[in-house]
Design a protein around this ligand. Structure first.
Ligand SMILES: *Cc1c(COP(=O)(O)O)cnc(C)c1O
Length: 386
């Protein structure tokens, strides 16, 4: 990923910073778009993975819609060229103000997560003399077999409407004159690498669609959410996920109603591998069992390891040493969880070396904090580095 020429440019760029490989990003988007087109699937990019404006402008160029979880994401998507009629708005806690602004911007669909939310959308749409299109986010009670903090499709999770609530939701919908039900939505979690999970989801969705068919309800859209996982261990060997395989599972196992349109919402799979967090070694400090590499980037730039013990591959991209040593790689933040990896094998590392934390294009920049009054790290695309 890093040519000698690129590393030279890194050396004259203040650290820490996010680097995005635009060629890889475009290749990934291209493959996703081709597979989606082949299987007649609408793609809505999940902005929460990375809402960097430069990246968004590139992503929307592939004809994708947007999946947003706040009205600021909705406005950012529109600003960067996504068409409002391709924007879906999800989230368990949409505020009245957010609903109003989204309605005024004529977004495509609200993915509704509770009966209570449907009633509020109906009320606000009525005041604005508008009709809101909604999809029901149904909790299919399918285990995504991923980290419990990024599992969202179980009944114990806060997300979505449970099956036993659906009768009441249908009654509420007949009372709600300012909303139109246009779809069903599912999203069971993130970083899903076991493709069988998607097969299980498809079969469960078929049962749920049958439940609706038994009540003579046929919605024109089905949205299976995001969650497609990437290979954090081998970012170079598996730099692009197999979108073709992913989409063919949907086509193989889902039973769609005649004319029903299929939608998905990938986030991570589109942007993770093109990004790296580049950081400078401030100190190499002797410990009891191992040595610490103390970086100038920490959990404020890349929160995932501290938040859910995630692994990111770490590379020393400037050391010339043939000697391999074990290091604990940590950030400068005043938290013990501010650690990127323990007992990591790296070439002998010295103050001033540059380390790359790989696969940081998703949930890196978008989760950045200013804890400890840290400055926000800058970001550069390939063509920005002179
Ligand atoms: C987070 C999220 C996504 C994207 O998830 P990825 O794992 O990044 O693909 C899609 N849809 C919804 C509703 C989400 O909350």
């Amino acid at each position: 990923m890093f040519s000698a020429e690129l590393i030279k440019k890194f050396k004259s760029t203040p650290t820490p910073f996010f680097y995005y490989d635009t060629a890889l990003l475009r290749k990934t988007l291209e493959q996703a778009a081709v597979a989606a087109k082949k299987h007649d699937i609408e793609v809505h990019y999940a902005l929460k993975a990375n809402a960097n404006k430069q990246l968004l402008k590139i992503i929307q160029g592939y004809g994708f819609g947007a999946d947003c979880v706040s009205v600021n994401e909705v406005l950012r998507a529109i600003e960067c060229g996504f068409l409002p009629d391709k924007i879906v708005f999800a989230g368990v806690g949409k505020s009245d103000e957010e609903i109003r602004i989204a309605l005024e911007n004529n977004i495509y669909c609200f993915n509704c997560e509770s009966l209570e939310e449907i009633e509020i959308i109906d009320e606000i749409a009525g005041k604005l003399k508008k009709k809101a299109s909604i999809a029901l986010r149904i909790n299919p009670n399918v285990n995504a077999h991923t980290h419990h903090y990024i599992t969202t499709g179980l009944e114990e999770n806060k997300f979505g409407i449970n099956m036993w609530q659906l009768e009441d939701v249908l009654k509420a919908l007949t009372r709600a004159k300012h909303v139109t039900l246009i779809g069903l939505h599912f999203h069971i979690g993130s970083q899903i690498t076991d493709m069988n999970v998607y097969k299980t989801l498809c079969l469960r969705v078929n049962e749920i669609q049958q439940w609706f068919a038994d009540r003579n309800i046929y919605v024109p859209n089905l949205n299976l959410g995001g969650g497609l996982g990437i290979d954090y261990y081998q970012p170079d060997n598996h730099s692009i996920v197999d979108f073709e395989k992913y989409y063919s599972i949907f086509r193989q196992f889902l039973k769609l109603n005649p004319g029903q349109k299929l939608h998905t919402e990938p986030g991570r799979a589109l942007v993770a591998q093109c990004g790296a967090l580049i950081s400078k070694v401030l100190y190499v400090k002797k410990g009891i069992q191992s040595n610490f590499i103390i970086l100038d980037a920490g959990m404020t730039e890349l929160l995932r390891p501290a938040l859910y013990q995630s692994y990111h591959k770490i590379e020393n991209i400037t050391s010339q040493s043939k000697n391999t040593l074990k290091y604990d790689v940590v950030g400068p933040i005043c938290e013990s969880s501010d650690c990127f990896g323990k007992a990591i094998d790296l070439p002998e590392t010295n103050r001033g070396d540059l380390l790359a934390l790989r696969s940081a294009g998703a949930y890196g920049e978008s989760m950045a904090l200013d804890y400890n009054l840290r400055d926000r790290a800058k970001s550069y695309l390939t063509e920005d580095l002179k």
